[in-house]
Design a protein around this ligand. Structure first.
Ligand SMILES: Nc1nc(O)c(N)c(N[C@@H]2O[C@H](COP(=O)(O)O)[C@@H](O)[C@H]2O)n1
Ligand SMILES: [Zn+2]
Length: 358
């Protein structure tokens, strides 16, 4: 139902038309410019580049919409399952690339945002006002993400929490120096430094999100434990060669939703839902992390150029947004019968293009 305080957007002459995908504002995604976020969304329905290009070159969002719904050319399969993730990306890119829009979204505070479409009860609220409002929910999720980012940027400078700034601990891959950083929420994160750090070079870095099931209890359900071991080994080898590297171990368990929620999400995965839908079912963000704090930690160490050991495009994007030059170092995973679905979602929908050791 509509409430007088709700933020309603849909009509071209409405106060919040900028929130509509039809608002004429260009967005750059995957190296290409799209006249609107609607152009990008509609183009993703199709397999071949010529169809995508026809839509990309459409003069208006309306034209792109009509092409997206009428082009008789081969379409991607299971679009119904992918369209929300595609829409989330299109809208996130649009708002994160235009500060005035991000500000306008943040200024809506905690108010409900609804696409006041009289015809669409999936993306909007439909004629009876009771529709799913999926687009409105996406906007509110992105508003929260921006709020967390803003908070993290305002967070107190990371504080060295160790006795002498760092503690030497012998590891399987040689001695390393452990440094604790506390964030604005009181969470303690680790910077594990090995060997010589030459800030004039691209420093070898792994930003690892905590996964206690994988990192500690050797779960075969994900590739976190393998990735951590491989990053440690790689940095240990670099140290042997007289260089070095850093592992930033971030307490972002469960892609930021915490251990309990992750295990709740696992239960739904056991019923056949993928890692994205499982998070949504338990009403948590798909990924509640940002990498402002790791960027702050690196900069506090004088590091502005890194070779980042990751498959996760969001880590690269956030570091670059914080002014850090990133060269990506791919990290292979080993497929198990227990993690193959998870890896394929990371690879095919979350953009990780994972190197797979079979
Ligand atoms: N929420 C959630 N659901 C799952 O099914 C998962 N396997 C995870 N794992 C968490 O993802 C993070 C590692 O992902 P990246 O490779 O860094 O993108 C880590 O926080 C795991 O706990 N989470
Ligand atoms: Zn894991």
């Amino acid at each position: 139902m509509k409430d007088s305080n709700d933020i309603l957007f849909y009509d071209e002459d409405g106060l919040f038309f900028e929130f509509s995908n039809f608002y004429p504002l260009p967005v750059k995604i995957d190296g290409a410019f799209w006249l609107t976020s609607e152009h990008f969304y509609q183009a993703q329905k199709f397999i071949n580049d010529s169809s995508k290009e026809k839509i990309r070159l459409a003069k208006t969002a309306e034209e792109a919409y009509l092409l997206g719904n009428n082009l008789q050319e081969s379409r991607v399969d299971n679009w119904e399952n992918r369209r929300v993730q595609i829409m989330e990306r299109a809208v996130y890119e649009k708002f994160s690339q235009h500060d005035f829009l991000k500000e306008k979204l943040l200024e809506t505070g905690e108010l409900l945002i609804k696409e006041n479409s009289p015809t669409d009860s999936f993306w909007g609220i439909g004629s009876d006002g009771l529709g799913k409002n999926v687009l409105g929910r996406i906007l509110m999720d992105i508003r929260n993400k921006f709020k967390n980012l803003e908070e993290a940027k305002q967070s107190v400078k990371p504080k060295w929490m160790c006795i002498e700034d760092s503690v030497e601990i012998p590891t399987e891959y040689g001695k390393m120096f452990f440094n604790v950083y506390m964030d604005h929420k009181g969470k303690e994160h680790l910077a594990i430094i090995s060997g010589n750090i030459d800030v004039d070079e691209h420093v070898l870095v792994r930003i690892h999100s905590e996964c206690i099931t994988g990192d500690v209890f050797k779960s075969s359900k994900c590739d976190c434990g393998i990735q951590l071991d491989r990053a440690f080994k790689f940095i240990g080898e670099e140290t042997q060669k007289g260089k070095g590297g850093i592992i930033l171990y971030m307490r972002d368990e469960g892609r930021g939703i915490g251990l309990g929620n992750k295990l709740r999400a696992y239960k739904f995965q056991q019923q056949g839902f993928d890692t994205i839908d499982a998070n949504k079912i338990i009403q948590t963000p798909v990924d509640d992390r940002n990498y402002v704090l790791p960027s702050q930690i690196l900069k506090s160490l004088g590091i502005n150029k890194v070779r980042l050991i990751t498959n996760n495009p969001l880590k690269i994007k956030d570091l670059e947004n914080e002014g850090i030059e990133v060269k990506r170092v791919k990290i292979n995973s080993s497929v198990t019968p227990f993690n193959k679905d998870y890896l394929s979602v990371k690879n095919n929908i979350m953009g990780h293009n994972i190197g797979i050791d079979y």
